[in-house]
Design a protein around this ligand. Structure first.
Ligand code: GUN
Ligand code: ZN
Length: 434
């Protein structure tokens, strides 16, 4: 295959460490006039344009983006494909919201054509918002995952998804059985896991909708294949937490249910965790598990405020999740806008560089993919964005007053949304252009 080499010149910013561990200044690299070189879908060099240009052949194709910032692609560690059609559903909190809006909407995925249509819309929406990797819930129907992976594969995206396992406390039209969920998940793993940049996640919806038999088989699947992911929900809503205690009285608490069925581990991602206690955070950290912080959802569904400082205290891996359709935006910029407010309401801060970390390298670490995505380090996948400083008149005017990259970054996260993402590149290919 002939070498395809391209270079991109712009202001360039990426996270290289967690500000909570190394301090803000050591957590990022910023090149005011930077150059990113891409060879065959991977980043081969990153640096100051003045230094790198001299080392490149004179005829290399260089795309110069003015008034723009190149960052790594965003990573959404929690989102639901089959809830695309019900974002912004009025009036309920979690358990009634599931019964009233979510389950009926997900039932439409029994139809393969519907699944394919929504998968296309969903992936376009991810890319329009600058999300290049997501950890995705399908519906209970295997066709939801087939449709999603087929669409992702066409664009060579790095994506993770799984079919929901749900064998109780849901309408009959939307439940599987312990055995059918095991067999259907296994068939999807055989077909998709490790194919190109695709990975499979074993996906018990949450403890209340799985029998002990189903949770046992979920744990068994994780032991049968290397590097499988596990995704579920935990401690999102106080009524939900009480319900889990009633359903599993023999367990110490919500997390202990998942622990008992061997669902914790380095590739396990638990969505929400709003009402986790100190001991549960410690156990999650000890097992290398991660939590997806989903601020737009937690506010919209009235679930509560995620305690990020407590997670940091335990060195727990945290990524950001949009949780569409409980969340209200596909945009990780808008998600960070709300995350900042969630911290404000708890008397805490969310610095712009911690925010950048959460949306990129922090998400990659939560998914154990930091060797491939989440930064612009040479040798990693060329998944990156071009953010446009002139995306809206207000953003343009506001950024002209900015005195530092910290201020620019914070304003991008406060005023920014899908309009801010001018270009999205995945594996070096332009996959979205506004
Ligand atoms: N808990 C169980 N299922 C769901 C879901 O679909 N969305 C959210 N936000 N929480 C859940
Ligand atoms: Zn969710």
């Amino acid at each position: 295959m002939p070498l395809t080499r391209k270079a991109y010149r712009a202001a360039i910013l990426h996270s290289i460490a967690d500000p909570a561990e190394v301090g803000i200044e050591a957590s990022y690299e910023y090149f005011e006039d930077g150059l990113l070189v891409v060879d065959n879908g991977q980043i081969s060099a990153l640096g100051h344009a003045s230094e790198l240009l001299a080392s490149l052949p004179a005829d290399i194709e260089i795309t110069h983006y003015q008034d723009a910032l190149i960052t790594p692609g965003f990573i959404d560690t929690h989102i639901h494909l089959p809830q695309t059609g019900m974002v912004g559903a009025y009036g309920e909190q979690l358990l009634d919201w599931l019964n009233t809006y979510t389950f009926p909407c997900e039932s439409q995925f029994a139809d393969q054509a519907h699944a394919e249509e929504v998968a296309e819309i969903f992936i376009k929406e991810l890319l329009r918002n600058g999300t290049t990797t997501a950890l995705v819930f399908g519906s209970v129907h295997p066709q939801s995952v087939n449709a999603f992976f087929e669409a992702a594969q066409k664009l060579d995206l790095r994506m993770i998804a799984g079919k929901v396992m749900m064998d109780r406390n849901a309408p009959d039209y939307l439940t599987d059985t312990a055995e059918s969920s095991y067999l259907e998940s296994k068939a999807l793993i055989e077909r998709w896991h490790g194919k190109g940049r695709l990975h499979y996640a074993v996906t018990p919806r949450f403890a209340p909708t799985s029998t002990p038999e189903q949770l046992t088989l979920a744990g068994q699947l994780l032991g049968e294949y290397p590097d499988l992911y596990m995704q579920t929900h935990i401690s999102e809503n106080l009524q939900e937490v009480e319900w889990v205690k009633e359903l599993f009285p023999e367990r110490k608490g919500y997390l202990d249910v998942y622990d008992h069925y061997q669902l914790l581990g380095e590739r396990s991602v638990f969505a929400h965790g709003v009402h986790l206690c100190d001991d549960e955070c410690a156990r999650l950290a000890q097992t290398g598990s991660a939590v997806a912080f989903c601020p737009t959802s937690n506010l919209f569904l009235g679930s509560g405020l995620f305690n990020l400082p407590m997670a940091e205290k335990h060195k727990l891996n945290v990524g950001l999740g949009t949780d569409v359709g409980g969340g209200t935006s596909f945009s990780l910029l808008q998600t960070l806008n709300e995350a900042y407010k969630v911290m404000q309401l708890q008397g805490a801060r969310l610095s712009p560089f911690k925010s950048l970390y959460l949306a990129t390298l922090g998400g990659a670490r939560a998914l154990r993919l930091e060797e491939r995505i989440g930064t612009l380090q040479p040798g990693t996948d060329a998944d990156f964005l071009v953010l446009d400083y002139n995306a809206t008149p207000l953003l343009s005017y506001r950024l002209k007053q900015s005195k530092s990259i910290a201020e620019t970054l914070f304003v991008l996260m406060t005023l920014g949304d899908d309009r801010t993402v001018a270009q999205t590149y995945a594996a070096g290919n332009l996959v979205h252009q506004r």
